[in-house]
Design a protein around this ligand. Structure first.
Ligand code: CMP
Length: 226
């Protein structure tokens, strides 16, 4: 699929008229990255917006000691890197490819030109920012008020619904997420995630195979969130 065909389906750009989409598509360049490649670090100057054509990228904060908090995982059709383009501040977090990925990259001046006089595009960006802030609020609320079992069950439900492959017996989460990654997503230690997975396996709710997680019973998993 060429860039223009693909961008037509991206929610952020759906509002564009055909001729605007055509000229905007020409302004994007394609960047291929390998698993683990760092697209940018927190604190660096932000000069580009990214749209994921294929693959997935994690947005992450890291401590000096090597601990991580994953703020978000973005996949096909999602955009990121808009914050520094909008406020002129440095990158707010690191972006790292979770798998071999293809990204469409737009420079700042083209991005700002795209927003100028395009009310629907501005509304789409504001909507995206608002949704991300809501999710971050939810995450903060969960970290403060839910125990680890509930937080982990909630994260598995979210991953299954957003990224899982539907199977006859449930959902397969095949994102190469290590226990350490799962721990970073719910603010827990790797050891506690290991223990949670063991409990869920014993209860017949999930099965694991390497870094793949198979969810057998989403409804029962949901009942653990309280
Ligand atoms: P920017 O600050 O340019 O670079 C890091 C990007 O990660 C940021 O733009 C957003 O696109 C994204 N990002 C930062 N914080 C969050 C968050 N809490 N939730 C989702 N995405 C985020």
């Amino acid at each position: 699929m060429d860039t223009e065909e693909f961008l037509k389906q991206v929610p952020l750009l759906r509002c564009l008229r055909a001729e605007d989409l055509k000229s905007l598509s020409a302004a994007f360049r394609v960047q291929s990255v390998r698993k683990g490649d760092v697209l940018f670090h927190k604190g660096s100057e932000g000069t580009t917006l990214y749209v994921i054509k294929k693959g997935s990228v994690k947005i992450v904060l890291s401590s000096m000691g090597g601990d991580e908090v994953i703020l978000a995982i973005f996949s096909e059709g999602d955009f990121f890197g808009e914050m520094s383009l909008l406020d002129g501040m440095p990158r707010s977090a690191d972006a790292v490819a979770l798998e071999p990925s293809q990204l469409l990259v737009l420079n700042r001046s083209e991005f700002l030109r795209f927003l100028k006089g395009n009310d629907e595009a501005i509304a789409a960006i504001l909507n995206g920012l608002s949704m991300r802030l809501r999710k971050t609020d939810d995450h903060l609320e969960d970290t403060c008020f839910l125990n680890i079992s509930a937080r982990f069950a909630k994260k598995l439900v979210e991953l299954a619904e957003a990224h899982g492959q539907k199977e006859e017996s449930g959902f397969l989460i095949d994102m190469d997420l290590k226990q350490r990654d799962l721990a970073s997503m719910v603010g827990a230690t790797r050891e506690s995630i290991n223990k949670e997975l063991r409990t869920l396996r014993e209860k017949g709710l999930v099965a694991t195979e390497g870094n793949k997680i198979r969810i057998y019973n989403l409804e029962r998993l949901k009942r653990r969130i309280h």
